[in-house]
Design a protein around this ligand. Structure first.
Ligand SMILES: [Zn+2]
Length: 430
């Protein structure tokens, strides 16, 4: 049995309450030992040693929200290229959204994705299934058979189930199969054709507004449906300060509702749309400095428990059109660790590096019941080495993604993953 030793790193494993310098061993793809004593040790003859002096050794990070575009749109991203981008961002596991083409609304597409991932992906790929057939919001998808095929959650992401009765029935079925429902919160009647935050800048620029109430109303509805059915709902990519308040109040009453934020919603405001650069167009849209403050407050007081990218690749030709006509979404996997560490940990001091790791490991793993996010003995050797203080510059041409749509090209960030290990194998290092 060939053993690998990661020596002298600062091991932070929130799942097991570990936060100190030590040695970590793995063999045959599993964690075998953690030594925090720091005494003399016996070197085995064919031991591989990774020196982690000055680095943080964390459980492999999990991104709960990515779009890998397969099946159907491999010009934007494939499962293989998306997985490489994930590895280069420090992620060992990703949860893929079902708005592919065809959408993931039956077990055969789930099986296709898992087989493709097995053949091409260097990280773990966990598929989600659509709540409704064709993500059309009308008829429930076959939830039980998709569960059997391997989905880890339900979501109509990209769209939002408008009919509360359909959502209620989805929650009741999800409960029978032990699945969490995730929701892209958007009220279509209120949002209409909105392409940016409704406010001062949408008025100045003459672009149709996407009002914050369009998100908040659905977050409210979801809280009430969770209370009624007992099935958890996870609110995806929350963008509005009002949504945070609703979530906080519901959680204080013991309602099993959770939320995530994406880096762009705390890094950028609606004012950036002034340049009409479509790399700043996403759904939900960038909002105001006040919203950013309230989102960060929500992270600090644990109202928001998950960080995610909403990695949404698009081809250049699709984004190089007028603002109204461009698709929503930006790349995220390779910049999110840097952006979140830089903003949440270094600049705003809202959370510690330990909590940052917890929000990318234990929290998403627990939410979906994944056997990941821990350095416990016997767990898969999914490990991320981080340098929380490394200063680096984002260069989109270095990206492993098949697309280039990022507003962060040229940004200087502090903090980055430096090595990604999946099942005991290094799949990327700096
Ligand atoms: Zn979405």
């Amino acid at each position: 049995m060939k053993t690998t030793l990661i020596t002298n790193g600062h091991i932070i494993d929130p799942a097991n309450g570990i936060d100190r310098v030590g040695d970590l061993y793995f063999a045959d793809g599993r964690i075998t030992k953690i030594d925090l004593e720091g005494g003399a040790r016996q070197v085995e003859p064919d031991e591989t040693i990774i020196d982690a002096t000055g680095l943080v050794v964390a459980p492999g990070l999990i991104d709960l929200h990515v779009h890998f575009r397969e099946p159907g749109q491999s010009a934007k991203e494939t499962i293989g290229t998306g997985a490489k981008a994930a590895a280069a961002g420090g992620f060992t596991s990703v949860v893929c959204m079902p708005n592919t083409s065809p959408s993931v609304d039956n077990p055969s597409v789930v099986t296709w994705i898992l087989e493709k991932a097995r053949a091409e992906a260097c990280v773990n790929v966990f598929p989600t299934g659509a709540i409704t057939k064709g993500i059309a919001g009308e008829e429930l998808a076959p939830i039980g058979s998709m569960r059997k095929a391997g989905i880890v959650a339900l979501t109509d992401d990209g769209h939002c189930v408008q009919n509360p009765e359909v959502m209620r029935r989805a929650l009741e079925y999800a409960r029978m199969f032990g699945l969490t429902v995730m929701d892209h919160c958007q009220d279509y009647a209120l949002v209409g054709k909105g392409v940016m935050h409704e406010g001062y800048w949408s008025t100045v620029l003459g672009l149709p507004g996407w009002p914050a109430i369009g998100e908040e109303l659905i977050v409210s509805r979801n809280a009430q449906l969770v209370e009624l059915t007992g099935t958890p709902i996870h609110c995806q990519h929350m963008s509005s300060g009002g949504s945070v308040r609703i979530l906080r109040e519901a959680r204080a009453r013991g309602v099993a509702i959770t939320g995530e934020i994406c880096p762009h919603h705390i890094a950028l405001t609606d004012e950036t749309i002034r340049a009409f650069d479509t790399n700043f167009k996403m759904n939900p849209p960038l909002r105001t400095p006040r919203d950013i403050d309230l989102l960060i407050e929500g992270v600090a007081d644990k109202t928001i428990t998950v960080l995610a990218s909403d990695h949404a690749p698009h081809c250049n030709y699709e984004k190089e059109v007028e603002f109204d006509a461009a698709p929503f979404g930006i790349l995220g996997l390779e910049t999110e660790v840097g952006l979140f560490l830089d903003i949440l940990v270094h600049k705003k001091k809202a959370i510690s590096v330990g909590r940052f790791i917890e929000m990318f490991t234990v929290e998403p793993a627990r939410l979906l019941g994944l056997d990941r996010g821990t350095l416990g003995i016997g767990a898969p050797a999914d490990i991320t080495l981080l340098d929380p203080n490394l200063e680096w510059t984002v260069d989109k041409e270095q990206s492993f993604s098949r697309s280039r749509n990022t507003p962060f090209h040229g940004w200087e960030l502090r903090g980055r993953a430096v090595r990604t290990i999946v099942g005991g194998k290094t799949v990327w290092s700096i």
